[in-house]
Ligand binder design. Sequence first.
Ligand code: FES
Length: 161
Amino acid sequence: MMDKLNAETKKKIDEIVARHTGKPGPVKLMLHDVQNECGYIPFEAMVKIADACQVSVANVYGVVTFYAQFTTQPKGKHVINVCMGTACYVKGAQKLLETICEATHCKVNETSPDGLFSIDATRCLGACGLAPVAIVDGKVHGNMTNPDDMKQLISAIIASE
Ligand code: FES
């Protein structure tokens, strides 16, 4: 099924495709720019890229699913990464993740129905000394052992919307 995209997004995608057409290895470059500029890879973008690069849509889709940096769903306005690395796991990352899911009404690796939050369970974020760690909108929050701290943070975000 084709995504229903607004005119602005379509224009962005067309510009990106035009920018890289004819250059070597264009599929990944185009996907990279679409991801950056649209926040995800709409199906329609895969079709346009496949056309421009004369490869099949399945081929482009294969590249999308191979790289974790690409997503096919729009991200929420606020992105929460929860580290599920060993150090964080041992210190209660699972509980932290559950707390976040409950407070945001969002499932793991999905976007909440209201479009406000996305939750990504990730590998070690390189801040094990602060375990368990979550990154909320790019800001690191460490030692999140008390679920109330995270609940408060999320409530504050919701209140500010
Ligand atoms: S395991 Fe979580 S930051 Fe390393």
